[in-house]
Design a protein around this ligand. Structure first.
Ligand code: UTP
Length: 296
C-alpha cells in the first residue's frame, strides 16, 4: 500500500534552545530565513506525501499561523510584483496540513500515538524536525521505495561516531549487506559503551499501522518518556522492521552547535551571503592567529 500520510511531531518542550523556546516553538527557529519545520514539509512534499498532520502542544500557535494562508501578505506581494517572495510564502500550500494537539509532552511515542485516528489502517511516514537531510532523491522517498519493495516498516539510519551512540536510538543489525538492514533489536539511547552498533535512527520512518498497538501500551522508556523506538522493537518481534542506510547529508538542527553549523552551511549556498560570510571567517581567523601568536 502506498504511503500518503505523514506525521510531524512538534510538541516537545525544546529545552535545548531555552530561553528562545519559552514562547516560540523550536520548529519555527529559522535556518537562514526558513523555519526548520518548513524544510521537513518540503521533503515530505517532494517525496509524494499528500496529507501531513503536525502534532503540536502548548504554545505552538505560531506553527499553525505559519502554514495558514496570509491573504493580506500574499495580496501585497502580488500587487508589488514580488513574485519570488510570493512563491516562497506559497511553497507549502501544495499539501494538506492538519493539526492535532498532544495534551501532555509524554514523549515522541505518545505524540505519534495521538495521530492514530488521522492515520487509520494504512502505512504512514514520520519525520522529525531535528534532522534536515539534503539529497537529490529525498530521504523519505528512499524509505518509501523500500517499504513498497518489502511491505514492512523501514527506519532511516546513518552511522555516527562511537562516542555519540548514547544520544540516539541504535540498531543491532543481524548483518549488514548493502543498505537495507535486517534488525535484531532497536535500543533507545544505550548507555555509553553498550551500543550494539553505530547505526543511529535519524528521524525518518515509514511505519505500518500495527505500531499503534504497541504505542497504546504507553510504556515508559528512556528518560521516563513513551519512546517510539521501544514500540518499534515490539513491532519487530512480530513483524520484521527494516533499517535503511539512506543517502544524503544529515544536518542535526536539534542541538545548538548543529543548528549553528547548518545555518552557516546553508548560508554559504546563498550567492547573496557567501562572499560576506567568507570575509567574516577570514577576519575571525586572522584575529584568532593574532591572539595566539601574541601568547608566544
Ligand atoms: P526531542 O527529544 O528533540 O525533544 O524530541 P524536544 O522537547 O523537542 O527538545 P529538547 O530535547 O527538550 O531540546 C524529538 C521530537 O519529538 C517531538 C519533538 O517536538 C521533536 O520533534 N516530541 C517530543 C513530541 O512531539 N512530544 C513529546 O512529548 C516529546
Amino acid at each position: 500500500m502506498q504511503v500518503k500520510k505523514a506525521v510531524i511531531p512538534a510538541a516537545g518542550l525544546g529545552t535545548r534552545f531555552l530561553p528562545a523556546t519559552k514562547a516560540m516553538p523550536k520548529e519555527m527557529l529559522p535556518i537562514v530565513d526558513k523555519p526548520t519545520i518548513q524544510y521537513i514539509i518540503e521533503e515530505a512534499i517532494a517525496s509524494g506525501i499528500e496529507d501531513i498532520i503536525i502534532v503540536t502542544g502548548k504554545g505552538k500557535r505560531a506553527i499553525e499561523d505559519h502554514f495558514d494562508h496570509a491573504f493580506e501578505l500574499e495580496d501585497t506581494l502580488m500587487k508589488k510584483g514580488k513574485m519570488d517572495m510570493l512563491d516562497s510564502v506559497l511553497e507549502t500550500s501544495k499539501v494538506e496540513i492538519h493539526f492535532i494537539r498532544q495534551k501532555q509532552p509524554l514523549g515522541l511515542g505518545h505524540a505519534i500515538w495521538s495521530a492514530r485516528k488521522f492515520i487509520g489502517d494504512e502505512p504512514f511516514a514520520v519525520l522529525l524536525g531535528d534532522d534536515i537531510v539534503e539529497n537529490d532523491e529525498p530521504c523519505l522517498a528512499q524509505l518509501m521505495n523500500q517499504h513498497e519493495l518489502t511491505g514492512k516498516s523501514v527506519i532511516g539510519v546513518q552511522q555516527v561516531a562511537e562516542q555519540d551512540t548514547d544520544r540516539y536510538g541504535i540498531i543491532d543489525p543481524v548483518s549488514v549487506d548493502g543498505k537495507l538492514i535486517k534488525v535484531n533489536k532497536f535500543v533507545e539511547k544505550p548507555q555509553a559503551g553498550t551500543a550494539p552498533s553505530n547505526y543511529a535512527i535519524m528521524g525518518r520512518y515509514v511505519l505500518t499501522p500495527e505500531i499503534f498497538e504497541y504505542l497504546g501500551e504507553h510504556e515508559l522508556g528512556a528518560g521516563g518518556e513513551i519512546q517510539l523506538t521501544d514500540a518499534i522493537q515490539k513491532l519487530n518481534e512480530v513483524q520484521s522492521v527494516y533499517a535503511y542506510d539512506f543517502d544524503g547529508q544529515r544536518f542535526d538542527v536539534g542541538e545548538k552547535f548543529g543548528f549553528i553549523e547548518t545555518t552557516i552551511e546553508f548560508a554559504l549556498k546563498r550567492p547573496e551571503l557567501k562572499e560576506q560570510l567568507l570575509d567574516l571567517f577570514e577576519k575571525k581567523l586572522l584575529e584568532k592567529r593574532t591572539v595566539e601568536s601574541a601568547k608566544y
